[in-house]
Design a protein around this ligand. Sequence first.
Ligand SMILES: NC(=O)c1ccc[n+]([C@@H]2O[C@H](COP(=O)([O-])OP(=O)(O)OC[C@H]3O[C@@H](n4cnc5c(N)ncnc54)[C@H](OP(=O)(O)O)[C@@H]3O)[C@@H](O)[C@H]2O)c1
Length: 289
Amino acid sequence: MNILVTGCKGQLGTELQKIADTGHRWLFTDADTLDICNKAAVEACFEANGIEICINCAAYTAVDKAEDEPEMAMLINAFAPKVLADTCKRHHALLIHVSTDYVFGGDAHEPYKVDDPINPQSVYGSTKADGERLIRESGCSYMIVRTAWLYSSTGHNFVKTMLMLGDTKEEINVVADQKGCPTWAHDLAVALMALVDKNGKNEVHETFHFTNEGQITWHDFATAIMELGGKQCKVNPITTDQYPTKAKRPAYSVLDLSKIKEFTGIEIPEWRASLIKCIEELSQTISAH
Ligand SMILES: NC(=O)c1ccc[n+]([C@@H]2O[C@H](COP(=O)([O-])OP(=O)(O)OC[C@H]3O[C@@H](n4cnc5c(N)ncnc54)[C@H](OP(=O)(O)O)[C@@H]3O)[C@@H](O)[C@H]2O)c1
C-alpha cells in the first residue's frame, strides 16, 4: 500500500515513523512539506504517489490557545480533514483520522462508547467534532480514532512537563477531579498499524476509541510520573476550580475501548506499564546526550 502520513513531526507521527514497516511504501509529510489546508497540494501529492491510505496525524492541538484562535483551529481541525476526505474519496483511498475525547461533554460516569452523543465544551473540541462530521459527510472510506491525554518522548506533553517540574520544584498542585486515561503515542501508532492491516477491499465507515487501559485523574498520573521518574516533588491534589484554564476540560472522559479490541484483536497495555516504557525511553535519550 502507498501510505501518506500527515503531521509526521508531531508526537503520533514521530511514533508512526519509528514503527513503519517495509511491507508498505510510506510518505511522511508535515506542514513544511505538505500543508493539509492546501487542496491543490494535497491533490498533487495523492496523484503523484498513488496514495491508497492517508493517516492524518496533523492537527491544531493547543487547547487553550484555540479559544483565542478559533479560525486557525477550525482551518486545521475541520477544513483540512475535509480536504483530505474529499481527496481520499476521489482517489478511492482510506482516511485514518485521529480525533479526541474532548468531543464529549465530560458529564458521564462510565466510559464513553463510540456512538454516545458528543457535546464539546471547548473550541478545540468543537473543531475536532466538526472535522469528524465533515469526514463522515464526505462519503469517503474512513476510520476515525478518538484518543486522549497523548504523550511520548518527543514534543510537549504532560509527562515531560511533570518531569521537568520534578527537577525544579519541591511541590506542585495538580487537579484530582478530572478522570480519563493517558495514551502513549507508541501504543496508538501500533493500533493504527493494526487498522492499516485490517484494511480490505470494502469501504469502511467506522469510529473507534483508543487509549491505554485504566481510569485515573491527572493527580494520579502526575504522582506516578514523579515516582517512576525518581523525583522527590510532592504532588498536592486540587480541584478544577483552583486551576482555571481558558478552555474547559471534560471532568470525565474515559473512552470505551471494546470496539477497537474486537475489530483488530490487539491487546492494549495498561497505562502504568506504558508510562514506565516511555520514562525509560526518555532517560535513555537523556543519557545518550
Ligand atoms: N496531544 C494530545 O493530548 C491529544 C489528545 C487527544 C487527541 N489528540 C489528537 O491526536 C492527534 C495527534 O496529536 P499530537 O499530539 O501528535 O499532535 P502534535 O504533536 O501537536 O503534532 C501535530 C503536527 O501537525 C502539524 N500540522 C499543523 N498544521 C498542519 C498543516 N496545516 N499541515 C500539515 N501539518 C500540520 C504540526 O506542525 P507544527 O508543529 O509545525 O504546527 C505538528 O507537527 C491529533 O489529531 C490530536 O488532535 C491529541
